[in-house]
Design a protein around this ligand. Sequence first.
Ligand code: SF4
Ligand code: SF4
Length: 187
Amino acid sequence: MAEAITEKWPVVGQSELDPEFHKVFLGLPGGEQLRSCIQCGTCSGSCPSALEMDHSPRKLMAMIRAGMKDEVLRSNTPWYCSSCYSCSVRCPRGISITDVMYLVKTMSLLEGQKVFTKTFTRLVLKYGRMHESGLMVRLNLRSPLKLVGYSPLGMKMFLKGKIRVFPKKAAAKDMQKLYAYAQRVSP
Ligand code: SF4
Ligand code: SF4
């Protein structure tokens, strides 16, 4: 399956490059091989899911090496990977692309959890309670289309009084004190 030559590369510089990013992958069995990728495209040509992916396996390898951490962790590529191992078996450099896909998935889940926790905490400290619609908007700022997809459900919940458009303040100051205390005493 040849890659379409018209496919677009993500814009470098949309977010900071992380020159250390690729080092995480070097810890995988045979991970050192990632450094020797020759961009031959055999992995993409062998991949049954490549057409569904926003970045082909070959591109993802290059993006990892370039330190495009945000773009890699946002990519749908590993989520379309069916772990068929065709790419790993055929790679002339012996790169375990399938294992790389698993690691990207794990990292993006952990990153998502971190973003969720940070956003949740900020809102609770600001308003003294959760503001669900604010949380949803903040978590999906980078993918406005997702927000549009959620809008029918959001509207139903709004009509049933389950979510508020504007936050209602509670004892935010007390919450901030409690949080500061927890920070001090936590190991
Ligand atoms: S098959 Fe291997 S060497 Fe070729 S582009 Fe894919 S990862 Fe790189
Ligand atoms: S293991 Fe994943 S990335 Fe590799 S060829 Fe199969 S589906 Fe594509």
